[in-house]
Design a protein around this ligand. Structure first.
Ligand code: ATP
Ligand code: MG
Length: 471
């Protein structure tokens, strides 16, 4: 891309707010540029998620210039400037040019030093594509060939990779995550440094690792997790993958090792269909659960492998055991409880066949839990598509049958839970029952009958049958 073309693109994308913030800072006698991820994203033709500004002004000076600010990370030089739109505020992080000191435990810079020199600030950034700054009057400041690397889809450290990863080990995961997100490759020198320094990832907090893992899993190339494995990084934050990657399945249904199969499965989820069923935030949540489930669904296979007399591999009990391993792994990586439960459940049930019959479907939804539907069908389908093609059509047809029955049960709003039952506890009390254990049992009996036959979900019928005797 030519310099003029690049600048045209940036000028067009730059929001009014960012321009006015830079102008106000300039009017007070300081420099200011938009910097980092936003510049990179515009040059890639993507809409940036946020616009960060870097400046020669100190935080206290920024606070004098703007009326509405938040002390986001004052000790690191960051103040959030709020711009009002109607009743709503949008925040812009304004950070003073800084030189990062030594990183403590490869986590946070122990100390930061402010500087008046933009080039020093760009030098401390991780990758060339993330180290560009822009101001409409000064144009693009690209001191490390970031633009060229973007054109070549190359992730390359600013300066010496060994030094840069030595300062902050998380950057190794960021390199791989950016490669997956941007459909890029990692410069060989940068990659070699990751291999050498991989063990130092052990010093990075679980929360930061989780963020990078999720960003990679949500990218268009989740199977790039293989780079975490090949570089030796995953050994430290997901050691369960070490066995998985080398465990052969010895089974006609499979053509990959356990680990390879799981990674293939992450790529086989039908996201177009998912986007028709879930919108916005709900879609992203569902995608997150599904990608993490595919990454882990067979994680217990290595330790549950047996070989029969015919030489065929079996993995009895792996979904149940896998559920427990998923709990341990996701807790260790500090995931939230909802994610942990969703991935545990989807792992536990990924192999469960539900008869293509409405009664069995109602019972399955009741027993497994509504929250796992219809996601479980996406899991099953991706699983099959990442196996050998042995009896593939038959397996896919079976899942299709399950889905159709599921849709029927849903369309008819058939009762699958106590909350859908035509009778509730209050009705039983009105009918003369006393609150207590028996009342709960009666509701359960009613539900069992209704699960077998939805036509029985009739208040009059149920009360007559279960409550007309001596209560
Ligand atoms: P995304 O928001 O998609 O994660 P980003 O590049 O905007 O990507 P942020 O974490 O928001 O990443 O960081 C903003 C900028 O700060 C980056 O573009 C980079 O210049 C710099 N940066 C962030 N984290 C690091 C780090 N660990 N080491 C060095 N520079 C970093
Ligand atoms: Mg960002």
């Amino acid at each position: 891309m030519t310099q003029t073309r690049v600048e045209e693109q940036l000028n067009k994308a730059l929001p009014e707010d960012a321009i006015s913030i830079m102008e106000q800072i300039n009017a007070a006698g300081y420099e200011a540029f938009v910097v980092g991820g936003c510049v990179r994203d515009v040059l890639l033709g993507k809409a940036p998620s946020d616009w960060d500004i870097t400046t020669s002004a100190k935080p206290q000076e920024i606070k004098k210039i703007f009326r509405h600010t938040i002390d986001t990370g004052i000790q690191h030089g960051t103040v959030t400037v709020l711009k009002k739109h109607g009743e709503k505020y949008t925040g812009y992080e304004v950070t003073t040019y800084r030189i990062d000191g030594e990183y403590e435990d490869a986590r946070h810079p122990k100390e930061v030093t402010f500087t008046g020199d933009l080039s020093k600030d760009l030098e401390r950034r991780d990758f060339t594509i993330n180290a560009m700054a822009y101001h409409p009057k000064s144009g693009l400041i690209d001191l490390f060939g970031g633009c060229e690397d973007l054109d070549a889809s190359l992730i390359r450290c600013v300066g010496d990779p060994m030094e840069r990863f030595g300062e902050d080990a998380l950057r190794m995961m960021r390199a791989i995550r950016f490669a997956a997100q941007l459909d890029a490759t990692i410069d060989p020198v940068t990659m070699e440094a990751i291999r050498v320094l991989a063990p130092t990832i052990a010093k990075v907090s679980a929360e930061r690792i989780q963020t990078e893992l999720v960003k990679l899993m949500m990218s268009d190339r989740p199977a790039d997790f293989i780079l975490f494995y090949q570089s030796g990084l995953s050994k430290y934050f997901l050691p369960e993958y070490e066995d998985a990657m080398v465990t052969e399945q010895d089974n006609p249904h499979h053509c990959y090792t356990v680990g390879e199969h799981m990674l293939h499965a992450t790529m086989k989820l039908n996201l177009e269909a998912l986007a028709r069923e879930y919108q916005g935030e709900e879609f992203l949540k569902a995608k997150r659960y599904l990608r993490l489930t595919m990454l882990l669904h067979d994680i217990a296979k290595p330790r549950n492998k047996t070989i029969d007399e015919a030489g065929i591999g079996h993995f009895k009990g792996h979904p149940q055991d896998g559920k427990n391993m998923v709990r341990d792994i996701l807790q260790r990586l500090k995931f939230d409880n909802e994610t942990i439960h969703m991935v545990m459940g989807l792992t536990q049930y990924h192999d469960r066949e539900i008869l293509s019959e409405d009664k069995a479907m109602r019972r399955a939804i009741h027993q497994l839990g509504e929250q796992y539907f219809p996601l479980i069908f996406y899991v099953k389908e991706a699983d099959v598509l990442a196996q050998s093609d042995y009896r593939r059509q038959e397996k896919l047809d079976f899942i299709k049958g399950e889905r159709e029955i599921y849709q029927l049960v849903r369309q008819e709003a058939q009762c699958v839970n106590l909350k859908d039952l035509a009778v509730n506890g209050a009705d039983l009390i009105t009918a003369g029952m006393k609150p207590g254990k028996l009342l709960g049992e009666v509701l359960q009996n009613m539900l069992q009958e209704v699960l077998d036959d939805p036509k029985k979900n009739d208040k009059e019928y149920l009360l007559k049958k279960y409550c007309s005797k001596d209560i």
